[in-house]
Ligand binder design. Structure first.
Ligand code: B12
Ligand code: SF4
Length: 542
């Protein structure tokens, strides 16, 4: 095979790092192979099919590699209006609000299914109109829902779970895929392979001039946050998380010099200033300190004036690391505290102590950190009680007292149940989910289950959220104005300013937590008043 067309399936605009790494890897080993990257997110809906057709006619690929990043439209966090509609639909006391929410919910369901249908239509277009081309597919969303999606794709499509470098190379060379995580449908039979040794990342670095030549749309990402991967794999076991399933539990590091070479090339050649370490976890443990330290030191030594972010275990931040982070340009951070109760955290196998998380925040504050921290809370996780909910409210107050209230933005991020996670397994065993359920099939009942917020605590958690959102005229995602995400407003001037002010005013997560505290405290005092009156009835003499 001599030519590969990569097609990044449409999603909210985000730098298509996965396909850039794949194309680069193939180019280093097979420079004679012609390659092209097409990012469908950059086209309006109506033009996407012709963009695929035109690219295939012009480029004549032997292999078409589809990359499917996101499917999740119903996000379990308050930055997405679908959560607000769902809560209004299930819990609002005003019937009018329920009706409005049900219409909005129907619209969102329609969008969700159309998005999946449209994404599937492009491989079908290639299969029908260019039958000689081999089709492969991979990416985060494909990995998450491979069992369901492979049934809907043209027969013969080679699906790859997780990383795809070696698998594509093998297909080009006509080698067997038995040692890769492939999935293939032949009629009604599904065949799967298991990955042998995962690839080492010691030679992975991007040849930017080459990438620029095969990705003509790259200019669309000027000013956006560019993804850089410094390692693969996460050794932790957080019950709800899919990342170890996607990337593996063994951590494989890229040499810091190569990571920073990537950043420096994008900085000098494309003018990029914002970067996101796309690692499942940037600081995977103490063993990662040398690599993380060297990366940040090199950013400083090369005088790269960037703003960077990534998923970081705050509990692993040392005073030295905090200083280096701040000096090398760390931007806003998203911290998954999840709960303020150590017991809830332990039950989810989160593997960190709250005290260490607070220490990490303290070190950041001492180092002069000036960014914002989004504190993600997954209220109503298994083992949650009224007491543990109050501990979550307290934990927010602790972090706010360390970093400053104006810098800390709690975000209600309910547990979303994903296939192939420990949480899904537990809920199947408990009968909360039924065996053979289809995680892509959304109905009012299944949405209620998959946005994990079970009885008996569900109704007043929802009440607190709805009360807060009502006051703030809707839920708000503090990430809209973070410096590191692609959703940053494009224009400067009045529009940007306005959205900034709205974001600050709309700290709806804080309000939701405080409303929850109010509700819980009043329940407690009602209970004690009731107990006291019962006692006085039983022992009138006392
Ligand atoms: C970093 C990250 C983010 C960052 C991205 C920052 C940035 N500027 O790039 C942020 C925080 C912004 C983010 C946001 C979201 N994310 Co995110 N994110 C990730 C994460 C951790 C890594 C993705 C990544 O870039 N990896 C590094 C690159 C090199 O890998 P890659 O792109 O996956 O490509 C490799 C393989 O997938 C494969 N591959 C890819 N394409 C193809 C094609 C073929 C043919 C083959 C063979 C192989 C192949 O090979 C590549 C190289 O090895 C993944 C989880 C994970 N551990 O993978 C989730 C993940 C991709 N995100 C996910 C989601 C849902 C989202 C959101 C939609 C969440 C939300 N509701 O708000 C948003 C919005 C994203 C957007 N479009 O704007 C889901 C997608 C699955 C799903 N349920 O649909 C994932 C898998 C996490 C999860 N829930 O399990 N995300
Ligand atoms: S939540 Fe973070 S630390 Fe936990 S398993 Fe997932 S990636 Fe690793």
């Amino acid at each position: 095979m001599n030519s590969i067309l990569y097609i990044f399936l449409p999603c909210k605009k985000v730098y298509p790092i996965g396909v850039t790494y794949l194309a680069d890897f193939i180019h280093r080993r097979k420079p004679e192979v012609r390659q092209r990257i097409l990012d469908l997110s950059l086209y309006p809906d109506a033009q996407r099919s012709s963009a695929v057709r035109d690219a295939a006619i012009e480029f004549k690929p032997d292999l078409v590699c589809f990359s499917w990043r996101d499917i999740q439209i119903f996000s379990p966090h308050e930055g997405d209006s679908s959560l607000e509609h769902a809560f209004n639909f299930y819990f609002a006391s005003n019937p009018l609000k329920r009706i409005v929410a049900s219409f909005a919910g129907l619209q969102q369901l329609y969008r969700y299914y159309s998005h999946i249908r449209a994404a599937l239509s492009y491989p079908w277009l290639i299969a029908k109109e260019f039958p000689k081309a081999q089709i492969m597919i991979g990416g985060g969303a494909f990995t998450a829902f491979a069992d369901q999606l492979i049934q809907k794709l043209p027969e013969g499509t080679i699906g790859i779970l997780g990383e795809g470098e070696d698998a594509i190379l093998k297909v080009i060379e006509g080698q067997s895929l038995e040692k890769e995580r492939y999935i293939l449908r032949e009629g009604k039979t599904i065949r799967k392979g298991q990955q042998g040794a995962p690839a080492l990342l010691d030679a992975l670095t991007v040849d930017l001039p080459y990438l620029t030549s095969i990705f003509p749309q790259y200019q669309e990402y000027a000013g956006e946050s560019i993804g850089v991967q410094s390692k693969r794999g996460c050794p932790y076991d957080c019950a709800f998380c899919l990342y170890p399933y996607i990337e593996g539990k063994r951590v494989r590091y890229r040499p810091p010099s190569m990571v920073v070479k990537d950043i420096s090339q994008h900085y000098h050649q494309w003018g990029a200033r914002r970067f996101w370490f796309t690692d499942a976890q940037f600081i995977t443990g103490k063993e990662a300190y040398p690599q993380c330290t060297e990366i940040l030191e090199r950013i400083l030594a090369e005088k790269l004036e960037i703003e960077w972010s990534g998923y970081i275990r705050t509990s692993l931040i040392t005073p030295e690391m905090a200083k280096l982070m701040v000096r090398s340009g760390v931007g806003d951070l998203e911290v998954a505290i999840t709960s303020g109760s150590q017991e809830v955290l332990n039950n989810l196998h989160m593997g960190f102590k709250l005290e260490r998380l607070y220490d990490g925040c303290r070190y950041l504050a001492e180092a002069g950190f000036k960014g914002k921290v989004i504190l993600n809370y997954s209220l109503n996780s298994p083992k949650e009680t009224e007491e543990s909910l109050l501990q979550s409210v307290e934990s927010y107050k602790v972090v706010a007292s360390i970093l400053g209230e104006e810098r800390v933005f709690p975000l209600m991020f309910f547990l979303g149940i994903q296939p192939n996670t420990d949480l899904e397994q537990r809920l199947l065993e408990e009968g909360y989910l039924s065996a053979g359920y289809n995680p892509l099939m959304l109905t009012p009942t299944s949405i209620r289950k998959l946005l994990y917020n079970p009885a008996p605590l569900n109704s007043f958690i929802a009440k607190a959220c709805l009360r807060a959102w009502e006051r703030k005229e809707g839920s708000r995602d503090p990430r809209k104005w973070t410096g590191s995400l692609s959703q940053a407003p494009k224009e400067s001037g009045p529009y940007a300013d306005k959205s900034l002010i709205r974001g600050i005013e709309g700290n709806s997560g804080r309000d939701a937590l405080l409303s929850l505290e109010e509700i819980l405290r009043s329940r407690q005092s009602l209970r004690s008043a009731k107990d006291a009156s019962e006692k006085s009835v039983v022992t009138p003499a006392s």
